[in-house]
Design a protein around this ligand. Structure first.
Ligand code: NAP
Length: 284
């Protein structure tokens, strides 16, 4: 039997439709979810990401503001803007597009976003809430991964989940979310010994390492659900994941393609978080 291809575009579309519908209901009671995105400098990839967030907000019927600031903006000026947005009642979510120019300390800026508006879920307080299981806005890509697994019909509770990668934005939070969903979780990284032996015991394998096609069929337990978070640009201009998709397809039970797997979920979950933040601000 060939593997199920988990269609991230379709599932992200489902999430977006749900968010749009809920936003319409909220608007009827006079509340319009609002997202502010801050872009500093002229990094072309960041400009594309910000543009697509703006477009998706418009589709959702959200209020959106994009603050495009010059690369010479100082940390103090940026912190001042974050402070204003924290106090702005029309804004329920604040997102600072990373990376920031090197003269600005990213951590200081992310820390300055109030936890209620931290729709990226990257602040220490949001991370702490995630770890102790308190109600919080969840980081978008990890939360999107959980939605992909569940909405494609796969059980998480009781399964052995192996996460390869331990970054603060993907590996660690997705491991915490899988634990919260009652999986038994193993986290691997660049210093892990016998990676293949560990990965090949996974019922659910999440790979976020940023190395094109690094994970081969030796890492796949027959029937495993394989979630490939990696986005790597090859020399031929094409995108590839961290998993050798073609080679792993015969062994896996289900697998996400790149592109069209995890990627579309991130922005859908950002919209979900903005809606959630607006609801919480209004107490509904
Ligand atoms: P990162 O910060 O560079 O972290 C990579 C992690 O992988 C580190 O923990 C590293 O271990 C581990 N690692 C590297 N090589 C390894 C190997 N050969 N074997 C085992 N572990 C290895 O990366 P990231 O920000 O988590 O991103 C990972 C990938 O996901 C990238 O391709 C990125 O573009 C993609 N991504 C996609 C989305 C999306 O929306 N689809 C969102 C975020 C990221 P050490 O800790 O020991 O160094």
């Amino acid at each position: 039997m060939s593997a199920q291809v988990i269609d991230g575009k379709r599932i992200a579309g489902e999430v977006r439709s749900e968010v749009k519908l809920e936003a319409e209901k909220l608007r009827a009671s006079g509340i319009v979810p609002g997202l502010a995105v801050i872009l500093v400098g002229d990094d072309p990839a960041s400009a594309v990401y910000v543009g697509s967030k703006e477009k998706t907000c418009a589709e959702m019927g959200f209020h959106s503001e994009v603050h495009r600031l010059p690369g010479r903006t100082t940390q103090e000026e940026l912190l001042e803007l974050v402070g204003q947005l924290n106090r702005n009642e029309l804004i329920h979510g604040i997102l600072v597009q990373l990376p920031l120019p090197p003269h600005i300390a990213e951590k200081a800026v992310i820390d300055a976003i109030s936890v209620e508006k931290d729709v990226d879920g990257f602040s220490p307080q949001s991370t702490g809430n995630l770890v102790i299981g308190d109600e919080s806005l969840l980081p978008c890509t990890p939360a999107g991964i959980i939605e992909l697994i569940k909405r494609s019909g796969h059980e998480i509770a009781g399964k052995h989940a192996v996460v390869i990668g331990r970054s603060n934005i993907v590996g660690k939070p997705v491991a915490m979310l899988l634990l919260r969903e009652n999986a038994t979780v193993t986290v691997c990284h660049s210093r892990t010994e016998n990676l293949e032996a560990i990965a090949s015991t996974a019922d659910i394998l999440v790979v976020a390492i940023g190395k094109p096609k690094a994970i081969g069929p030796g890492c796949i337990k027959p029937g495993a659900v394989v979630i490939d978070v990696g986005v790597n640009r090859l020399d031929n201009g094409k995108l590839a994941g961290d998993v050798d998709y073609e080679a792993c397809l015969p062994a896996a039970g289900a697998v996400t393609p790149v592109p069209g797997g995890v990627g579309p979920m991130t922005i859908a979950m950002l919209m979900h978080n903005t809606l959630k933040a607006a609801r919480r601000a209004a107490g509904v």
